[in-house]
Design a protein around this ligand. Structure first.
Ligand code: BGC
Length: 760
């Protein structure tokens, strides 16, 4: 009888989805349950409320509007308040002046470093170096927690295949496998092995889900795709973050299957909780609940109830939970239990952070003086930045020899405010290293560096304004364009080599920064053309937060080094690579198209029923374009080095694989050039016959290796049936028997090939 009862309870819990709501920590459960017994309904709703910090200034912590709310128990956390003393003072209000003394969460968008800024995430992902990426998140957590922050809204893991979308800069590119490895590295970097330590912070994986699939690359736009595609091509990085123990999840602004993410019960409860076993809490994106009124789902009361019922626990900024849920409860539109569960999750997060034990754990003023923007952190930022750069082309111009005269020209050359890129809210841009400063330092006294701006960012003043918001000014030069250009040509005339620092400004990507034209702005192109006409060797140092269309540049400029936005130490790091002190080894995590018309373009596409025969770029009645080949300009995984690497042939330990067994694919890679270098050896698979169509190639492994000049290493990959699994039409994750192709190479296009069979 007893057993039947237990099963019945388990069954009911499973059906209601409550299984995922029970924690594994009885001490915490007791603590939170006892606390909740003392709480009024309004206090419980207060825990679900996450206002922005607004304009609290130091000394005003207890007198601002927010302070009154905190005293009344109407706030669960605050975000984007900066400065340890201010945060400590606000925490004091919560723990001394509110009835139940519940401490607050302090969140911030610590996206790619805190004050020591690392490359933008798209750049970081191009390093393909998981240790460095983990370390960058670790340092970000140490600095942020030393300044009062205990929660970051990162990692952003939205897969995107559309460089028109401005937020492509904030993610890890187009690939679910690489994206998943990075998601895991970031979460472990932020959270460490124990959230209650004073230098680890809660991570928040975002934006769940599919935010990167906005139609036409227009931010906040609709997304719509099959579940098959969601599971196989977009979901894995979110799931990887959950598997790595991420403490919180942020909803996305967009709709999924006609329901905005913040009201999407299938996403927030069925997928996240029931299928993936997520045990933390869900916060909305900024006013995402309120925005569901504009989506067309009803008034604030209605959409707030929908969000709670879907499985959202915290309401960012909009206060819909705070102001309408009591009414909805009275009217039977939400249940007491739904509110209890949400409140419990928030209190659990605070418990795990150790805030109930010591609410000032993250507000040690001493730490803030010694652990932020340290020389050691800046050194790692410089190394990391250099690893993120991608050498796109090099006709023997790079590296530049010391001695002689360099003309550094371009609107991004002396632009320290722009080096940290988008979402660098804690940066002190005064301390960032511009390319001009970095080049002068690294060049040494034997090399002369001359500088001229050459052109503004763009002829369009309004576009420049929009692209240089948030203190990222490029100090527009008001002189006529021909005067600015002439000055640059004079400088170029005195040089042995020209370094053209061109591209986008920091805020030309990021939130609400989508573009339909993804080329270098025309005015800068004209400058580049004029510089090329001098006949001197030209290196294009490209600043960008998205894959750009660079067909003309690729055809005409002898060397192109893509440096993204490298962070606080960008200028030094770019100079390190230009002079060859560091050999570039970054590889693209997103395909660069030939032109915007090819977008979305990505390497792991399907074959279609009418693929173009190999070697052709057009054939009538095949899947192609009349005016441009299907090839990307630079494929996924692409990036050159100052040395060259030769790949041997693939050796397979076996040509057949069974469930539970493994096979090893090995290849010998030789550094065939005259410089030491690093190479990212990439493994791809293709499932030739499936119950549903499968991509032409999928990344399944990679290793970043160092090779001395002339050295060879054998790289081995172990393959098991786990690597062959995908979601079938019933959304079952399974490996199907049949023939597979295996590719290993230096990028997704240039690969060696082998075959094997899988039989289960
Ligand atoms: C962004 C989020 C961010 C939040 C808080 C939103 O506009 O979409 O990525 O975490 O603001 O600043």
């Amino acid at each position: 009888m007893k057993i039947v009862k237990v099963y019945l309870v388990l069954f009911l819990l499973a059906v209601t989805g409550a299984v995922a709501q029970t924690s594994k920590d009885p001490k915490m459960d007791r603590f939170v349950t006892d606390l909740m017994k003392k709480m009024t309904l309004q206090e419980k709703l207060g825990q679900l409320n996450l206002p922005g910090a607004g304009d609290i200034t130091t000394g005003q912590a207890s007198s601002s509007d927010i302070a009154q709310k905190i005293k009344d128990g109407k706030v669960g956390g605050l975000f984007n308040i900066k400065g340890v003393e201010k945060i400590r003072a606000v925490q004091k209000v919560a723990v001394e002046n509110s009835r139940l003394k519940i401490p607050l969460l302090f969140g911030m968008d610590v996206i790619h470093g805190y004050q020591t800024v690392f490359p933008i995430p798209l750049g970081l992902s191009s390093s393909w170096d998981m240790d460095l990426i983990r370390q960058s998140a670790r340092i970000a957590a140490i600095e942020a927690s030393a300044d009062g922050i205990n929660w970051t809204f990162s990692p952003m893991v939205d897969i995107s295949r559309d460089p028109r979308w401005g937020r492509v800069s904030e993610g890890s590119g187009e690939d679910p496998y690489l994206g998943s490895q990075i998601a895991k590295a970031m979460v472990t970097g932020y959270q460490g092995d124990d959230l209650s330590k004073n230098n680890t912070i809660m991570a928040c994986v975002k934006h769940f889900a599919l935010y990167g699939a906005a139609e036409a690359g227009r931010d906040y736009n609709t997304t719509d795709m099959s579940r098959l595609r969601m599971y196989n091509e977009f979901f894995s990085p979110y799931k990887a973050a959950i598997d790595a123990g991420v403490a919180s999840v942020m909803t996305s602004f967009n709709e999924v299957e006609g329901v905005p993410a913040s009201a999407n019960k299938w996403l927030m409860t069925d997928v996240l909780r029931k299928q993936w076993g997520f045990g933390g809490f869900v916060v909305t994106d900024y006013t995402a609940i309120n925005e569901m009124t504009d989506h067309g789902l009803g008034d604030l009361q209605t959409v707030s109830a929908l969000a709670l019922k879907a499985g959202v626990e915290m309401d960012m900024v909009g206060e819909g939970f705070l102001t309408t849920l009591e009414k909805s409860l009275k009217e039977g539109k939400v249940t007491q239990q739904q509110i209890e569960i949400a409140c419990k999750k928030i209190l659990e997060a605070k418990y795990k952070l150790g805030l109930f034990e010591d609410p000032y754990r993250y507000t040690d003023v001493q730490r803030s003086k010694t652990e932020i923007f340290t020389d050691a952190n800046r050194k790692i930022a410089r190394q990391t930045a250099a690893q993120s750069f991608v050498l796109l082309k090099n006709n023997n111009v790079l590296p530049i020899k010391r001695g002689g005269t360099i003309a550094l020209i371009g609107p991004l050359a002396d632009a320290k405010e722009n080096m940290t890129g988008t979402w660098s809210v804690a940066a002190d841009n005064d301390k960032s290293i511009a390319l001009l400063a970095g080049l002068k330092t690294v060049a040494g006294s034997q090399t002369k560096v001359l500088y001229a701006k050459g052109s503004n960012l763009t002829a369009d003043t309004l576009l420049e304004e929009r692209g240089t918001m948030f203190g990222k000014s490029l100090k527009r030069d008001r002189r006529p364009a021909d005067v600015i250009l002439k000055e640059a040509l004079d400088v170029a005339g005195k040089s042995d080599v020209i370094v053209a620092a061109l591209g986008e400004s920091a805020e030309m990507t990021g939130e609400s920064s989508s573009r339909t034209d993804i080329e270098i702005p025309e005015l800068q192109k004209q400058l580049l053309q004029a510089l090329l006409k001098t006949g001197k060797p030209v290196v294009l140092v490209l600043f960008t937060g998205r894959p750009l269309a660079l067909k003309w540049e690729d055809e005409n400029v002898p060397a192109i080094l893509n440096v993204w936005f490298g962070g606080s130490e960008a200028g030094h790091a770019v100079a390190d690579v230009l002079f060859g002190d560091v050999n570039p080894s970054g590889k693209l995590s997103a395909t660069f198209p030939q032109n915007v018309g090819q977008v979305p373009i990505f390497y792991n596409h399907k074959n279609t029923g009418r693929p173009l025969p190999e070697g052709k770029w057009f054939q009538k009645f095949r899947s192609n374009y009349l005016d441009v080949s299907n090839d990307p300009l630079y494929p996924f995984g692409y990036g050159l080095s100052y040395t060259t690497f030769k790949y041997g042939d693939i050796k397979l330990s076996n040509t057949s694989l069974k469930t539970g067994e493994s096979l090893t694919a090995s290849i010998t890679v030789t550094n065939s050039g005259s410089r030491d270098g690093k190479e990212v050896v990439q493994l791809y698979l293709r499932d030739l016959v499936g119950s549903v169509t499968r991509p032409v190639k999928e990344l399944k492994g990679f290793q970043k290796i160092s090779l001395k000049a002339g050295e060879s290493k054998t790289v081995s990959f172990k393959i098991t049936d786990e690597d062959l699994k995908f979601y079938n039409a019933d959304l079952k994750f399974t490996a199907e028997p049949g023939d597979f192709k295996l590719f290993i190479g230096t990028n997704s296009r240039d690969v060696k090939e082998a075959s094997f069979k899988f039989a289960n």
